[in-house]
Design a protein around this ligand. Structure first.
Ligand code: LMR
Length: 396
């Protein structure tokens, strides 16, 4: 009976949204879920998306199903956006794109694919990582293991990470955050990436890139640097891509699973499995978001507008990072929180403890994830002093 069903706690990230919405405090501040907000605290639809949608309303002829791999134009365009126009994998016809409901859908698809087609391989996650990586891959019945990423002082610890990777059994899958590491905001340098590549190649590991924030770090191409390095050097790479943040399409659930294989034949085999696994998950993907992305990327005018909009968001987040450190300075905390300005993407691992996060929520109506992750992209320049004062109170 349903009376036997146990209640579980709300999602650690999405659950915060409900708590925030229910909070009557007019000064409340939402730094929880990874959503970009403008200076008014709104998440407007990007202009390029609005214009693409207007064109689609006029031109769309049917609502019949799209195929198991999704929208063809979207697939072609996204491959170029992620891998780069002249990627050798594209030239050799050994890269394919399967459209999925968001980046999360791509992660679940690849998890089920690994469990079905590459049995016995464990999946290695950074510690810490996005909490849903843990639950999603466990739900896909994979054995999940961890490699260290930050030390106890909340600093990126590359030597510990590399040493742990040296001990990963051959054949295992290692998940790498392509850019804008979630939750920490700490990214690897190009030199670090080359060392990771050496280990992955020597130990014959299978790299799986989670690429959810392309454009939010240093630029659309710059953020793809590590993905492209690995694709050029290795026969097999898997990539999950999300259009939620960079196209502002969150609720349209638009993403993709990209496979790079040793040759065109294995690409056909692997893609046949993707379509078959997806059939048991969601059958065929939703159309609208992918149609929007394909329309934007294939049209030079819309593409340019979109690139400008992504750049503006990226620059604004960087300024907010800097601004928060400056606002902490009068409290004597600029040095302690200097990492906020060095980190990349939407998130900052602040180093605040769970107790401090809960105090911030209770006493100041400031909502962070309990791990101490703050969504910097949810901030607004006029509220930096308020946030700095609240932080100073809980760490003081
Ligand atoms: C986040 O980490 O906040 C985002 O990726 C949104 C999500 O689905 O959790």
């Amino acid at each position: 009976h349903f009376s036997d069903v146990a209640r579980v706690p709300g999602d650690p990230i999405l659950g915060l949204l409900d708590a925030y919405r229910a909070d009557p405090n007019p000064a409340k501040l939402d730094l929880g879920v990874g959503v970009y907000k403008d200076a008014l605290g709104l998440t407007p639809i990007p202009k390029a998306v609005k214009q693409a949608e207007q064109r689609l309303i006029e031109s769309e002829k049917t609502k019949s199903y799209i195929g198991g791999h999704g929208d063809t134009l979207f697939g072609e365009q996204l491959l170029k956006l992620v891998l780069g126009e002249g990627s050798p994998a594209l030239v050799d016809n050994r890269a394919g794109c399967t459209q999925t409901p968001g980046g999360t859908g791509a992660l679940r698809l690849v998890g089920d694919f690994i469990a079905k087609c590459l049995p016995g391989r464990s999946l290695w996650l950074s510690d810490p990582t996005w909490p849903i990586h843990e639950t999603l891959f466990t739900a896909a019945r994979l054995k999940v293991e961890h490699y260290p990423y930050v030390d106890s002082q909340n600093r990126l610890d590359v030597p510990a990470m590399l040493a742990a990777m040296e001990r990963i059994p051959s054949g295992d899958v290692v998940l790498l955050h392509a850019c804008c590491h979630n939750p920490t905001g700490y990214d690897l340098t190009q030199d670090d990436w080359r060392q990771v590549l050496d280990i992955v190649r020597t130990r014959e590991l299978l790299p799986l890139f989670d690429f959810a924030y392309q454009g939010f770090g240093d630029g659309l191409d710059e953020d793809a640097w590590a993905v492209r390095l690995f694709v050029e050097a290795l026969p097999e790479v898997l990539i999950t891509s999300s259009c939620s943040k960079n196209f502002g399409l969150y609720r349209e659930r638009t993403g993709a699973l990209i496979a790079v294989t040793a040759d065109g034949d294995s690409l056909i085999d692997v893609r046949s499995q993707f379509a078959s696994v997806a059939r048991n998950l969601w059958s065929t993907p939703p159309s609208h978001g992918a149609a929007v992305v394909g329309t934007i990327l294939a049209n030079s005018e819309l593409r340019q507008l979109w690139q400008q909009e992504v750049a503006a968001k990226r620059e604004r987040i960087a300024a907010l990072r800097q601004g928060l450190v400056e606002a902490l300075a009068p409290h004597g905390l600029a040095e302690r929180f200097a990492h906020i300005a060095e980190q990349r993407g939407m998130f900052s691992y602040t180093g605040l403890t769970a107790d401090q996060v809960l105090r911030l929520r209770r006493e100041d109506a400031v909502y962070l994830v309990e791990s101490g992750r703050a969504n910097i992209a949810g901030l607004d320049a006029a509220r930096l002093d308020q946030l700095a004062a609240a932080i100073a109170r809980v760490v003081g």
